[in-house]
Design a protein around this ligand. Structure first.
Ligand SMILES: [Zn+2]
Length: 146
């Protein structure tokens, strides 16, 4: 089972060449459906995505191993972009060297990948402030009403 992440940071799952996107999450499990919307393939995992609660059902199409490798690769450069200060191109080239993608794999263009890294680096700063402000506002509202 490969734990992956979508462009929007949603959990995705790779298994035996099939890609699953999160449909729903409950306290006990995550329900995944096949990325191919015409397919009825589904599976359930525990919330941390380590075991199957319900194993994948049949697919109406073949696996797409290349696509999983591409998603994995993007996840890797995104993670590295957050933890290191290396230039975008350094991250790209060193990850490209170490990845298992062959020349035939449908890897996005360099420009797209560089954007992926830059977007990842710009994103996190605004979120914590938002989260800090919201609860305070709510408390003020309730005290006024009381
Ligand atoms: Zn499918």
């Amino acid at each position: 089972m490969q734990r992956l992440e979508s462009e929007k940071g949603e959990p995705m799952l790779g298994y035996e060449g099939y890609i699953y996107t999160k449909e729903r999450k409950t306290e006990e499990k995550i329900i995944f459906r096949c990325q191919n919307r015409l397919c009825k393939g589904r599976c359930h995992t525990d919330p941390s995505m380590t075991i199957f609660i319900k194993r994948p059902t049949a697919h109406c199409h073949g696996p797409s191993i290349d696509q999983i490798l591409v998603i994995e690769f993007k996840n890797k450069i995104k993670a590295r972009a957050v933890i290191s200060n290396e230039p975008t191109s350094t991250i790209l080239f060193s990850e490209l060297k170490s990845c298992s993608l062959d020349a035939a794999a449908p890897l996005p263009t360099m420009a797209t990948l560089q954007r992926t890294i830059r977007r990842q680096r710009e994103a996190p700063t605004s979120i914590p402030d938002e989260l800090k402000k919201q609860p305070i506002k709510k408390i003020e509202d309730t005290t006024k009403r009381l």
